[in-house]
Design a protein around this ligand. Structure first.
Ligand SMILES: [Zn+2]
Ligand SMILES: [Zn+2]
Length: 240
């Protein structure tokens, strides 16, 4: 009797509130993407640069030319999929639209490729956005993502450590050099929370890794304030 009742309840729920693909809205059996959208996402896999995660054609167990030329301040960067025209729509939905629902799915995917690293780290912090931008956008997508990842991995989420002290121009559309200049000196560590960093392994969460300028600047600030290691997690990365 109970089984029949729970079957009826789940059927009723499926009809009234069907599970839909988080990208195109097509009805699916389980949460996530429909098969068509799943196939279109370029999931990142090995081989790749040991530091920044740039994908390689063949496994050479080495660093990419950029990391050889100048090692970034972060120790490793991990992303889930390539940022291209297709995945952009998913990322933009998360940034400006139905954040909570998509966030859960994005966090599950990112945790799949970074769970071990998160569990072995000390704290997780989001790349902050400036107060004015937050007022406009109402939420910071990196905070939502970091919060969930911290919960999955059982490590403390600390959104107040890193601060965006300067309101900067949008990074999108700027050249690599212009990005570096734009972001330089725009973050700092809140003195009150600096003790949380000393010798610790920090997970830094952002939405997309483009040139790595933001991730690098934040990592520099965190390391200068005493962080031992910084691992950057982003849901997507631009293939350069
Ligand atoms: Zn779909
Ligand atoms: Zn690299």
């Amino acid at each position: 009797m109970l089984n029949a009742l729970s079957y009826f309840v789940s059927k009723f729920r499926d009809i009234c509130f069907p599970i839909t693909c988080c990208n195109c809205g097509k009805i699916v059996d389980s949460e996530g993407l429909c098969l068509d959208c799943w196939k279109k996402i370029k999931w990142l896999s090995d081989p790749k640069c040991k530091i920044c995660g740039t994908p390689f054609e063949i496994d050479i167990n080495a660093l990419c030319p950029m990391c050889i030329k100048k090692k970034p301040y972060f120790d490793k960067a991990i992303s889930t999929f390539e940022y291209d025209d297709f995945s952009k729509s998913l990322v933009l939905k998360f940034k400006h639209g139905d954040a909570t629902y998509i966030c859960q799915q994005l966090a599950v995917w990112l945790y799949r490729v970074s769970g071990e690293v998160i569990k072995n780290s000390d704290i997780i912090i989001p790349v902050p956005i400036h107060f004015f931008k937050r007022l406009k956008r109402k939420y910071n997508q990196s905070e939502l993502l970091a919060q969930r990842l911290g919960k999955f991995g059982g490590i403390p989420y600390e959104p107040r450590v890193l601060r965006k002290k300067k309101h900067t121009q949008q990074q999108e559309g700027l050249s690599r050099n212009a990005r570096l200049k734009n972001i330089n000196g725009s973050f700092d560590v809140a003195p009150k929370y600096a003790h949380l960093l000393h010798g610790k392994t920090i997970i830094l969460v952002d939405d997309v890794l483009t040139t790595g300028a933001t991730a690098n600047e934040c990592s520099k600030i965190l390391k200068r304030a005493g962080a031992g290691k910084v691992v950057v997690l982003t849901m997507a990365r631009v293939s350069l």
